[in-house]
Design a protein around this ligand. Structure first.
Ligand code: SAH
Ligand code: SF4
Ligand code: F3S
Length: 482
């Protein structure tokens, strides 16, 4: 998606002020530095980008990879061998942070025997001032630290680090800026995430995302459509529209537009076969959207609709702004309009003040909705969020017991729900050769379930009708229909 010829950039001129031109200038600058270093050591320089967290971070990592490749680094599979290691971090739960510190310890060890190795940290964790303080104090071997708001400046930051020998730190509190048309390198040739908005304004009381991703900003529909058209021209058949709450897309644009309207525009793109989106907040899911899903031939039969808790009392304390009954009504409406829809959800167990009765309400919703799958999380206290200072934090033993009961129920139901498609033929997008058995390939059905079938790499990226022979709980064993 490169719009500027890097080789033609005049590095003796001062850096342009406007974006994205400024970043292309720094790509050229860093590229010259990297080429020089490569010559010195007699081989190409390499990188790895490790992504923690959600789809949003995965998409950001593709942007980092795109820039690194333009700078002249080559992707390396083995982190220990790489010259530049980047962690794109997540901080939604405490254990995500612990993993990063653990791995940084190991990296320090490697860096001692390989001093020219560079370590970069970015993503949501870096937006927390305490984290950056800790890194500055006890992790001096880190080379580059930046946050979620200035990821577009990555080339400039790399160039700065390559030209100095100091730790480079650049973290912004918030931004209203969206920079378009920077390079990015897709992980898959046939599918891609597409950001439609950034940030979140919902402030669910347990959640740190609004503090680390800033205020909600929607991209212009024209920019989104243009990006998807380019992706399709480049071989992409499936896209996933990304936002923390896609249902509030477009409300704050100069010319407001609804998410449902955006979907209708995207649907018209010739050559695009499948549309997914993530995540839908139940409070903003409109009848208009349900109608568009019902009539669409491209929107996948899958809706991720996080409930978080089935207890209206807890939902209120969570600041989710819907009740158990409203959620169930919404589910009914969707199932009536789109009977073959697959529903998935997120559930938090052990939110402060959650009683056994509250928990049973959650179990009740799980039994009534019968989710295809549910991501279950143990409540994690995030400093700075309202829930962190709520009284009645639930004891770990009680949480563990509830979590186990919930997981058992979720898994039992999801195996039953998954099995209903056994014996039918459904279209799958073939995504990869199976890691464990190279005679098999793995495809994704419209409802997001996976199917393993005999095949080879030539099938990757194709949409094929598959006979779903046997359900194995969470996935199928199938066979391509000739
Ligand atoms: N924007 C999305 C969710 C992003 S975070 C939405 O509103 O649905 C993904 C999931 O992490 C959330 O749905 C929630 O279930 C979980 N989560 C967020 N904060 C958490 C916390 N403090 N403890 C445990 N789980 C949390
Ligand atoms: Fe977090 Fe709520 Fe925003 Fe989702 S909608 S990112 S859970 S604050
Ligand atoms: Fe994690 Fe940030 Fe996503 S905190 S879940 S990576 S928005």
């Amino acid at each position: 998606m490169n719009t500027i010829d890097i080789a033609s950039i005049d590095l003796s001129a001062p850096a342009p002020v406007n974006e994205p031109e400024r970043q292309y200038y720094y790509i050229a600058k860093a590229r010259a530095c990297v080429a020089k270093k490569a010559k010195e050591i007699g081989r190409e320089l390499t990188f790895t980008v490790t992504t923690f967290g959600c789809q949003m971070n995965a998409r950001d990592s593709e942007k980092l990879v795109g820039i690194l490749e333009q700078i002249g680094y080559r992707e390396e599979a083995d982190e220990e061998q790489a010259d530049f290691v980047i962690y794109n971090t997540c901080t939604v739960r405490e254990n995500a942070n612990q993993r990063v510190y653990g791995r940084l310890g190991q990296l320090h060890h490697i860096k001692k025997s390989k001093p020219h190795m560079m370590i970069g940290l970015c993503g949501c964790m870096m937006q927390e001032p305490e984290v950056v303080e800790k890194l500055k104090k006890s992790y001096r071997f880190v080379d580059l630290i930046f946050g979620t708001h200035n990821i577009y400046k990555f080339a400039e930051l790399v160039a700065t680090r390559l030209e100095s020998d100091r730790m480079v730190i650049d973290v912004w509190k918030d931004t209203d800026k969206i920079v378009e048309d920077l390079p990015s390198e897709r992980k898959f040739s046939f599918k891609s995430g597409v950001n439609i908005m950034f940030g979140c304004n919902n402030f669910c009381s347990y959640c740190i995302v609004p503090y680390v991703r800033g205020r909600e900003r929607s991209r212009n529909p024209e920019d989104i459509i243009r990006e998807i058209e380019r992706l399709v021209a480049d071989g992409v058949v499936e896209i996933m529209l990304l936002g923390q709450n896609v249902n509030s897309y477009g409300k704050n644009l100069a010319e407001p537009i609804s998410f449902a309207k955006l979907l209708q525009k995207v649907e018209k793109i010739q050559g695009l076969e499948r549309i997914r989106f993530m995540t839908s907040h139940p409070k903003d899911l409109s009848d208009e959207l349900i109608e568009v899903m019902k009539n669409s031939t491209k929107i996948c039969r899958h809706l991720h609709l996080p409930i978080q808790s089935g207890s209206t009392r807890i939902l209120e304390k969570m600041n989710r702004r819907y009740s158990k009954e409203q959620y169930l009504e919404l589910v009914d409406k969707i199932k009536t309009a789109v009977p073959d829809i697959s529903l998935t959800t997120d559930i938090i167990v052990g939110f402060p003040g959650e009683t056994e009765e509250d928990f049973l309400e959650t179990m009740d919703v799980v039994k009534r909705v019968r989710y295809d799958s549910a991501f279950t999380f143990i409540y994690s206290k995030r400093t700075g969020t309202p829930a962190a200072v709520m009284e009645e934090q639930v004891s770990p033993d009680v949480i563990k017991d509830r979590f186990d009961r919930l997981l058992t129920e979720v898994q039992k139901i999801s195996a039953e729900v998954c099995a209903v498609h056994e014996g039918t033929v459904a279209e799958a997008l073939i995504e990869s050769v199976n890691d464990h058995d190279h005679r098999l390939v793995t495809g994704r059905l419209s409802n997001n379930l996976l199917v393993h079938l005999p095949g080879d790499a030539s099938m990757i990226g194709k949409l094929l009708p598959i006979h779903l022979k046997e359900c194995k709980g969470f996935y199928y064993i199938g066979e391509a229909v000739q």
